[in-house]
Design a protein around this ligand. Structure first.
Ligand code: ADP
Ligand code: MG
Length: 615
């Protein structure tokens, strides 16, 4: 029998590759925008018709291509970005596989006009279904303009799978945002069916977010900035109150590339677990930069996945940084500044006494050392040739950040919200505070009137003290002479066994007697105890629902439920001493601005706000 294996013609191979690279118009948009960025453009125009079905055009003012390159760029594996396998480990460009243009040209009618600044004339190339129709000199501006028409003209199956124009354009817009967000220095415009959808001028990162997502974001973001000698984290995270149940804006970039990474996403989400209500997800725009030698982006054709060499380290660092930002910035309510396009919002206003988050890092530490030796340096392509230095224990470092940052218990007074350098600032005298409706306290702190929701503040204070009790100093149990009995359903009884030890740390000594009966042998020494049966039942219900949703650590769930139940039993401060004690307790908390269930605890009544009320 004859040999039956043969090589596929290029156009067929290209079409197959296109199946992976170009799934919908938005994928072509992504590739073209990325090429423009790689070409060093400072202005990029995206013109789309019929959600990309009939036209996708990208015009850039980048470096352009020579006459020959303009033809070659449509060949498969034709790239100017790498030339050897080693180059894969120092990639700083978006592209490197050299297959995007070949793929797009295999399934559309493409027209390319390009010119380098140093050339007299430009080049025109027309290609349809991988077939070159035209390759001549032409007059055109410096840079590149590439039009992709009739996408999928020869792949009806793909064409038929396209969704509505609204959906497809939504995907295009999303790709556009991803590129625009991480390149705020580049100006972009997006037109759809002749209408201008975005016009983004070269900007700073924060204003780029505001331009893309709306002015309301201007005062909803905390800056994030943390750097060690081999990982840099920057960007913005949304304040807890702008979290969402559905489709929150979550943008994560690794080395300027938008990526989806479950572990890193979880690192951010879990940093918020204490300040977000159940089912809410945080908003974030985070850029992570690491040595390209320590990541692999070549694990999927669209490069949306990334593999990090040391995921545990990245996870720990990201999680700690986000926690730190939430902790520090939520404490400084005055930090919001007005929307002002002239203002560089990256810089911190002088009057806000911001402490730059620091995580102590041994600069001599080379994190790759351990992995390198365990891999013997051979075979593992991800390894670069990095200088070797003495390596302190990475696990200790991580544990340290974990212990200092991840715990909810503040140990340092510097973590309090308002920087009370002067104890007098929290001195409350007769007449210097007001209780309104038995619900709010109006008090001047640092010259500004603060309106405080008392019950929410107590919820935070109790939560904080319970977390402390659960993790460090258990509450003293006061033994009862005549133990009360509580009765629980079998399901609740079983659940109680799980958290009996924790309850003990909170001062409740509860012992099983028989069936669903439990003896309450001891309780904390509290003035207004409330009914233990109800307390335990509510706690168990909360605990169960938290656990079912895998939302929270056991301790947090318990502390949160207890704090919610106990807050209303706290007395509204009625003397200056009580008011002062209350305020000191509140501002000693790590997060005095938001209650554990995610509600605002106080508002600073700025003059503007008061003027508005009386306008
Ligand atoms: P890759 O980006 O992976 O290299 P592409 O198929 O996207 O592969 O592009 C092939 C090559 O064509 C690029 O390496 C680059 O040299 C050139 N090129 C593509 N688009 C542009 C552009 N807008 N400006 C200048 N050169 C470009
Ligand atoms: Mg490319």
């Amino acid at each position: 029998m004859d040999d039956i294996i043969h090589l596929l013609p290029d156009r067929v191979a290209n079409q197959i590759a296109a199946g992976e690279v170009v799934q919908r118009p938005a994928s072509a948009v992504k590739e073209l925008l990325e090429n423009a960025i790689d070409a060093g453009a400072s202005h990029i125009q995206l013109v789309v018709k019929d959600a990309g079905r009939t036209l996708i055009q990208v015009i850039d003012d980048g470096k352009g291509m020579s006459f020959n390159d303009a033809r070659l760029c449509f060949e498969r594996h034709a790239t100017s970005k790498i030339s050897s396998a080693e180059d894969l480990f120092s990639i700083r460009t978006k592209g490197f596989r050299g297959e995007a243009l070949a793929s797009v040209a295999a399934i559309a009618h493409v027209e390319l006009k390009t010119k380098r600044a140093e050339d007299e004339t430009g080049t025109l190339v027309q290609i349809e279904g991988s077939e070159i129709k035209e390759h001549t000199l032409t007059t055109t501006a410096d840079g590149t303009s590439i039009s992709v028409k009739n996408l999928f003209f020869n792949v009806p199956a793909r064409r038929n799978f396209l969704k509505s124009d609204a959906t497809e354009f939504g995907c295009i817009e999303e790709e556009f945002k991803r590129v625009a967000l991480i390149h705020p220095e580049v100006a972009f415009t997006l037109y759809h069916n002749g209408n201008m959808v975005y016009q983004l001028k070269s900007n700073n990162p924060k204003l780029r977010i505001v331009e893309l997502f709306g002015k309301h974001f201007n005062d909803k973001l905390y800056p994030l900035q943390q750097e060690s000698n081999y990982i840099k984290i920057s960007g913005f995270i949304g304040k807890p109150e702008c979290s969402k149940k559905k489709s929150p804006e979550q943008y994560l970039f690794v080395n300027h590339r938008f990526v989806k990474h479950r572990g890193l996403n979880f690192a951010v989400e879990s940093a918020y677990s204490q300040v977000l209500p159940e089912g809410h997800h945080p908003v974030y725009f985070i850029s992570i930069e690491v040595d390209p030698a320590t990541i692999d982006v070549n694990i999927s054709p669209t490069k949306i996945d990334v593999k990090l060499q040391d995921e545990r380290m990245a996870f720990g660092f990201l999680n700690a940084s986000v926690r730190k930002a939430i902790g520090e910035f939520s404490l400084i309510p005055q930090l919001d500044f007005d929307y002002n396009t002239e203002l560089d919002l990256n810089s911190v206003p002088e009057k806000a006494e911001l402490k730059v988050p620091t995580i102590e890092i041994d600069k001599t530490y080379n994190p790759f050392r351990r992995t390198q030796s365990s891999n013997g340096g051979g075979g593992r392509v991800l390894m670069g040739n990095r200088p070797q230095t003495a390596a302190p224990d990475w696990d200790n470092f991580l544990r340290d950040i974990h212990e200092t940052q991840v715990q909810t218990v503040p140990s340092e007074p510097e973590q309090t919200s308002i920087d009370f350098q002067n104890e007098d600032e929290i001195l409350v005298k007769e007449g210097s505070y007001l209780i309104l409706y038995q619900k709010y306290m109006l008090v001047k702190i640092q010259e500004k009137p603060h309106l405080i929701h008392i019950a929410r503040a107590y919820e935070r204070i109790i939560y904080q003290s319970y977390m402390e009790a659960l993790r460090e100093k258990p509450v003293v149990v006061q033994q009862s002479l005549f133990p009360e009995t509580i009765t629980l359903t079998p399901a609740r009884a079983e659940l109680l066994q799980e958290i009996r030890e924790d309850m003990h740390k909170l001062g409740y000594d509860i012992e099983p007697i028989s069936g669903g009966n439990f003896a309450v042998n001891g309780t904390p020494n509290e003035e207004d105890m409330g009914d233990v049966q109800t307390l335990v039942e509510c706690l168990l219900d909360d605990y169960q629902s938290q656990m079912l949703n895998h939302r929270m650590e056991r301790e947090k769930s318990i502390a949160m439920s207890m704090a919610r139940q106990k807050r209303s039993r706290k007395k509204v401060p009625s003397t200056p001493e009580e008011a002062e004690f209350f305020l000191r307790q509140l501002f000693a908390c790590l997060m005095p601005t938001i209650s554990p269930s995610g509600k605002k605890i106080y508002e600073v009544l700025e003059e503007d706000a008061l003027t508005k009320i009386l306008s």
